[in-house]
Design a protein around this ligand. Structure first.
Ligand code: 5GP
Ligand code: ZN
Length: 113
């Protein structure tokens, strides 16, 4: 399987890592849309939010905790931030490995799409 984010998880593709735990990694987006733009990614490959298990919420809580930790580490917790996950091409998904964008460090547009 040719997945960019699996390549980042296993170290084959370099990234600017912000946070790492047993099941989650966070790194700076290569094309920042805001001064703070970090991607929070489960290490295990799954295509989108719809593939998170329904019967085991452990990974979901770890992702949520990682989002909060990244917000603290980057200063986004103070500056304000937005969390986005895209599912499917019509929603703008281009990398088909689940990720949450954390955007902050500037005034964000009110538009939600
Ligand atoms: P999506 O459009 O799927 O919601 O977001 C994918 C994001 O991944 C984009 O913001 C894009 O800039 C970022 N991205 C794509 N390739 C790479 C890469 O090789 N390294 C990093 N750090 N980010 C990437
Ligand atoms: Zn992957």
């Amino acid at each position: 399987m040719d997945c960019i984010f699996c390549g980042i998880v296993n170290g084959q593709i370099p990234s600017k890592k912000v946070f790492e735990s047993d099941e989650v990694i966070a790194f700076e987006d290569i094309q920042k849309a805001a001064p703070i733009h970090v991607l929070v990614v489960p290490k295990r490959h799954m295509e989108s939010i719809m593939d998170l298990p329904d019967d085991d919420l452990t990974l979901l809580s770890k992702l949520q905790q990682a989002i909060k930790e990244v917000a603290r580490l980057t200063g986004a917790a103070e500056s304000g931030f937005r969390v986005i996950t895209n599912k499917g091409t019509p929603a703008g998904q281009t990398v088909f490995h689940l990720h949450y964008h954390i955007l902050g460090g500037r005034e964000l547009e009110r538009s939600l799409g």
